[in-house]
Design a protein around this ligand. Structure first.
Ligand code: AMP
Ligand code: ZN
Length: 116
């Protein structure tokens, strides 16, 4: 799998070709607000590398996935989420994945939420 896909919307965000409201960026990971939030706080965490979905995950991806997971508590705290949150990874068509670049949703904030 190549490091980036020129037709991928999330690769375009990584490349700065499409704007996003960034929450966190480091050498391997980008986090930004979802354009169509389901909850008061709805962020997406992505590896900068173009991994299509969880189906394509290999053992060498474990460190970046672990770092994505471990970032969530700090980011949610920084965004003012104080009473819990939900993390979701949709995988493939039957899993409801629409953007084919692996991403983890994190939803939080006071309910009711629009969805989820
Ligand atoms: P999924 O169904 O898990 O593939 O979710 C894809 C998510 O990406 C949806 O919640 C969309 O609202 C979100 N999304 C799509 N395009 C953008 C974009 N340009 N900036 C931010 N979020 C986006
Ligand atoms: Zn991509």
């Amino acid at each position: 799998m190549s490091a980036s896909d020129p037709n991928c919307v999330f690769c375009k965000i990584v490349a700065g070709q499409i704007p996003a409201k960034k929450v966190h960026e480091d050498d391997e990971i980008l986090v930004f607000h979802d354009i169509n939030p389901w909850a008061p706080v709805h962020i997406l965490l992505i590896p900068k590398q173009h991994i299509v979905s969880m189906v394509d995950v290999r053992p060498e991806h474990a460190p970046v996935l672990g770092r994505m997971m471990a970032l969530v508590p700090q980011l949610m705290r920084d965004l003012g989420v104080t009473d819990g949150y939900r993390q979701v990874i949709n995988t493939g068509r039957d899993g409801g994945q629409e953007v084919m670049h692996l991403h983890m949703h994190a939803f939080g904030g006071p309910r009711p939420w629009k969805r989820g």
